[in-house]
Design a binder for this molecule. Structure first.
Ligand SMILES: *[C@@H]1O[C@H](CO)[C@@H](O)[C@H](O)[C@H]1NC(C)=O
Ligand SMILES: [Zn+2]
Length: 997
């Protein structure tokens, strides 16, 4: 066999063999990897594909660095470097052996430390399909709490390393999410668009699994988009039989304690016959739930293969003795294999597969074990991660726009790669998910902060190069708690807003100051209406000793598309203006605030929001917004399961209202109106309406959650209305398409609901809404949260949780975050609330959700700077675009790829039927888009940027005919002269070469 020849030569490769192997003496053999490298199977038998694998968490109980080195053994005996060190010689010695590797964050560290000869050997193994990369992202990302922008980026980062290092043979064919706690539909859609041929995972609801086993639907086609034409978002999906573990009794790692295969006949403990018959029986049992003559067994688990010899020695014997039993009538054939080789056999079976079009949330591994707590766990880390994506996109864009001036400039060497990697790590299913130990959560945050530091240098370089002015830039990363010490003391300063969206935006800027009277001028020098208000007591209590500004300066700003606008601020002598700001408007029935679009009503007795009116549409809805908390279960007679980092399990009964008497005061200015609600000693909220904004902003501050009564608490913000919603509500999938949710119901099996609250929770990344025939209430959170509609007309989002016990899923800590001063975490965040007609709502929430995750970045600077670069004048407004993109088109990515080329992703951000205006196909001319540079060549790529679009060829599958097929947006679009057409929800990815103007 070809494989054997290559290997036989291997040991001689660098002395004799180069002559015979000359075309690939550099270690790059031609295409023997991929499906061509798959092992032979026996078509008459039941083939058992043994997949030796290791599941290496990119941080969990230990930090990613500790896992790499195998440090901190007191917590866990796990060291990834030893795994790779140990596996490679095993593969080298025997060409039939296979191993897969998944997490590039680890592999890349190991690779950097290897000698040239080891690198050659590894390339050889990859080229022969003996070492295969599967999934291939920087990490194996969480699916519930991740945003699609960051999923795409982290996969692209992993793919980039694999392509650079191994070329085509390093390209993963199969997606492999064996551990994430439930599976989103958008993830499957993105995987399909990345060119994967199939997807395997381990965790799904235990009832779902049972019914799939019975129906033989463990493997089927996932139609993962309601918008993309099939098969673009079709992904063949398989549920693994044992999660990702081996069958019981067959675990042969140093971390396991099963009996080895003892095959010396005359020894007392000889157990070959016993294991062979057990194995054959196990294989047949498993095969009952699957449809082909092939089954898969995952031989490995968390951090397995540190001593690969132990696994392989026993697997060798297993294969030898089980296959020997064929001579005595067994029909079981065992072989070393990989997920892609298994998938290939399924494909060749040429069956017709059933189709699924919902998702795999929520995940429960028992009647009282719903993994819906992690949708909210560690809310501050979740926000920091989301904000870090915002900052990374700004950094990536300015790296392109500032050209070489962004890398080397007056502020030092700017580098986006540190933040890219930190974000790659943060997507891991124990990172942004909030299911790691506290010290590991701290490490994720620290890695992000280091990435921010590098991007701040890059951005400073780029801005001085683009503006022609070298300045003392000040990055204020605590504006949400009114802290920016360097600015507070200054009389004059500038505020530069960089807008990463390809359309101009209007925002309100809030900056901590100490004066009471300021002049603000816009980029043209015209003065801008502004307002100074006192920093609230809520904020003072939260920021503690981090800042002392007494006031906030607020002004509206308009920021150029894909560019910046610089505003100047100067302090005037103090006046007494703001004493007249504190006045409340009381009507007969209560208090209201309003602008020209929205009126918000409050109940005089309770102080709670009691209604919202849309003044333009003549809609009025009683809406009571209030905070409640669920008492965390510590186990009961039904189950000992406790609420914890993963699992949400409230005690039976209704949540407890935080307060029925909320003290309020209002602040009304020409620019905004606010109602301050003092809900309790550890919960407050500001309900805010800015002039000209069509939504109500609810800025909540929650914590430290008191637990001195020995009760863990899970806090929700709830919106109660009389809307007749019939059990239906809607949540987004990773920030993109919307899924319909129905209380106490699953689309694909008959649910036996055993947890009426936790079992109805779903991940909310960017929006949740409910509606009747006419009116829609939509809430946009600023980070991922768990959410639901527990009663008709009611929506809730879980904002914070603090628990006293571990939930027994491995993390081994109670989720009780210490926060800034060790007394418990205080979290501040925002909910944006829209009340509008059903028809108009999608336009509002689509555009606003985009404006939230790619918000303008505020960069301040001290007074005047020094001229820099060749510009004659200081440029205070800049846009890199010739014209703004239409509203339904989003510039998802603009980033440097390598020294020559750049990455552009364009996204149609509406679904079919969402908007009569914006759900239409849209055309854009790439050549005429950017003013900052000229595009000299365009090549369309797959979503993950590791293949040219024209080279993508996925396995094809037959599926059952469906009653109602997805209406496919027609017209395959071509790039003719750089003109690109995008259909609803389509993302198109381009590699371009550019020339700066
Ligand atoms: C992938 O690697 C090949 C071979 O090194 C290279 O020619 C190609 O440009 C790479 N693709 C990308 C997108 O970088
Ligand atoms: Zn894991």
């Amino acid at each position: 066999m070809a494989v054997r020849l290559g290997v036989g030569c291997f040991k001689l490769l660098f002395s004799l063999c180069p002559f015979i192997l000359s075309p690939w003496a550099n270690g790059e053999s031609p295409g023997r990897c991929g499906y061509q490298a798959c092992p032979a199977v026996n078509p008459k038998m039941l083939n058992v594909h043994l997949v030796p694998h290791t599941h290496d968490d990119v941080g969990w109980l230990k930090t990613v660095d500790q896992y790499y080195y195998g440090a901190n053994t007191g917590i866990q005996r796990a060291g990834v470097q030893y795994i790779l060190d140990s596996v490679i010689p095993q593969l080298q010695a025997d060409p039939t052996k296979r191993f897969i590797y998944v997490e590039v964050a680890f592999f890349y560290r190991w690779w950097k430390q290897q000698t040239d000869s080891m690198k050659k050997l590894v390339k050889q193994l990859v080229n022969e399909g003996r070492l295969e990369f599967v999934n291939g992202g920087w990490c194996m990302n969480d699916e519930a709490t991740t945003h699609y922008n960051s999923i795409i980026d982290q996969m692209t980062l992993g793919f980039q390393f694999l392509n650079e290092t191994f070329g085509e043979c390093g390209r993963p064919r199969v997606a492999w999410h064996i551990d994430p706690f439930g599976h989103s539909r958008e993830q499957a859609s993105l995987f399909a668009q990345m060119g994967f041929d199939g997807f395997f995972f381990g965790r799904l609801d235990y009832q779902d699994k049972q019914s799939r086993e019975d129906l033989k639907e463990m493997e089927q086609m996932w139609r993962a988009s309601a918008n993309l034409p099939k098969p673009n978002a079709d992904l063949f999906t398989g549920v693994l039989p044992n999660g990702y573990n081996p069958p019981s009794k067959l675990c042969w790692d140093v971390l396991c304690s099963d009996e080895p295969i003892k095959d010396i006949k005359d020894m007392d403990e000889y157990n070959v016959d016993q294991i062979v018959s057990y194995f054959i029986q196990t294989a047949h049992k498993q095969a009952k739930h699957y449809r082909t003559k092939h089954i898969i067994m995952t031989m490995g688990s968390d951090f397995h293969f540190q001593d690969a010899n132990m696994w392989y020695t026993n697997l060798d014997k297993l294969i030898k003795y089980v296959n020997a039993a064929q001579n005595t009538g067994s029909d079981v054939n065992v072989l070393y294999s990989t997920p892609s080789c298994y998938l290939y056999e399924l494909n060749k079976a040429n069956l017709t597969w059933s189709v699924k079009s919902d998702d795999f949330f929520p995940y429960a591994d028992g009647p009282h074990q719903f993994w819906t707590g992690y949708f909210t766990s560690r809310p501050a880390l979740k926000r920091y991660e989301r904000l870090s994506n915002n900052f990374l996109q700004v950094c990536n864009q300015l790296e392109v726009l500032g050209a070489s001036g962004s890398h080397i400039g007056p502020y030092g060497v700017g580098d986006s790669s540190v933040l890219k990697k930190a974000m790659g790590v943060a997507q891991h299913h124990d990172a942004v998910s909030g299911t790691e130990k506290q010290h590991v959560a701290d490490d994720y945050a620290k890695k992000l902060a280091k990435g921010w530091d590098q991007c701040e240098v890059l951005i400073s370089n780029a801005l001085s190069s683009l503006s022609g002015m070298k300045q003392n830039f000040i990055f204020c990363n605590k504006l949400n708690i009114s802290v920016c010490p360097r600015i507070e003391e200054l009389g004059n300063f500038t505020v530069t807003l960089y807008n990463p969206l390809a359309r101009a935006v209007s925002v309100y800027v809030r900056i901590p100051v100490n004066g009471t009277d300021y002049t603000v001028s816009d980029p043209t020098g015209s003065s801008v209406l502004n307002q100074v208000v006192a920093v609230s007591n809520f904020t003072k209590k939260l920021r503690k000793d981090r800042g002392y500004a007494v006031n906030e300066l607020v002004f509206p700003a308009r920021v150029a598309a894909l560019g910046f606008s610089t505003y100047s601020v100067s302090r005037k002598s103090d006046s007494s203006v703001f004493s007249r700001l504190f006045k409340s408007v009381r009507r007969k029935k209560g208090l209201t605030i309003e602008n020209k679009y929205i009126r918000v009503l409050f109940d005089v007795d309770t102080g709670l929001m009691s209604g919202i009116e849309n003044l333009q549409k003549n809609l009025s809805l009683p809406v009571t917004q209030s905070f409640h908390w669920y008492s965390a279960s510590t186990g009961n007679h039904k189950s000992s399961q406790k609420s914890g980092a993963y699992i949400f399990r409230p005690k039976q009964g209704s949540p407890i209202p935080m307060s029925t008497n909320v003290k309020t005061y209002t602040v009304q200015t020409d620019l905004f109106q606010e109602v301050y609600q003092n809900v309790s000693s550890w919960c407050s909220q500001v309900v805010r309406l800015y002039k000209n904004q069509k939504f109500v902003e609810l800025e909540w501050t929650v914590g430290p959650i008191p637990v001195d009564d020995n009760v863990g608490k899970e806090v929700i913000s709830r919106f109660d209305t009389p809307l007749k919603t019939d059990g239906i509500f809607y949540t987004d999938s990773n920030g993109r398409e919307i899924l319909t949710r129905r209380r106490d119901y699953r689309p694909t099996w008959k649910l036996n609901q055993t947890e009426p609250i936790a079992g109805n929770y779903y991940p909310v990344n960017s929006r949740i809404y409910m509606k009747d025939g006419k009116t829609q209430l939509t809430v946009l959170p600023d980070r991922s949260q768990g959410g639901s509609s527990i009663r008709d007309g009611s929506l809730e989002l879980m904002v914070h949780r603090r628990l006293l016990y571990d939930d027994n899923r491995g993390v081994g800590e109670a989720l009780s975050e210490p926060g800034y001063d060790g007394n418990g975490l205080i979290v501040r965040g925002k909910h944006l609330v829209f009340l509008d007609t059903v028809d108009a709502s999608a336009e509002l929430h689509r555009l606003q959700a985009q404006a939230e995750y790619m918000a303008p970045w505020t960069i301040m600077a001290e007074g005047t700077g020094a001229p820099y670069s060749t510009h004659l004048n200081h440029i205070s407004e800049f846009s890199a675009l010739k014209e703004e993109l239409p509203q339904n088109l989003h510039l998802l990515t603009l980033a440097q790829w390598d020294s020559q080329s750049f990455l552009i992703r364009l996204e149609h951000q509406f679904e079919m039927g969402e908007s009569s205006v914006y759900s239409k196909p849209v055309t854009v001319d790439l050549a005429n888009l950017f003013s900052a540079f000229e595009i000299t060549s365009v090549e369309e790529m797959s979503l993950g940027f590791n293949q040219r679009k024209e080279d993508v060829s996925r396995l094809t599958w037959k599926t059952v005919q469906e009653a109602h097929d997805v209406k496919s947006a027609s017209s395959r679009n071509d790039i003719s002269k750089h003109t690109v057409v995008l259909n609803p929800m389509e993302i198109r990815t381009f590699r371009v070469h550019i020339q700066h103007r």
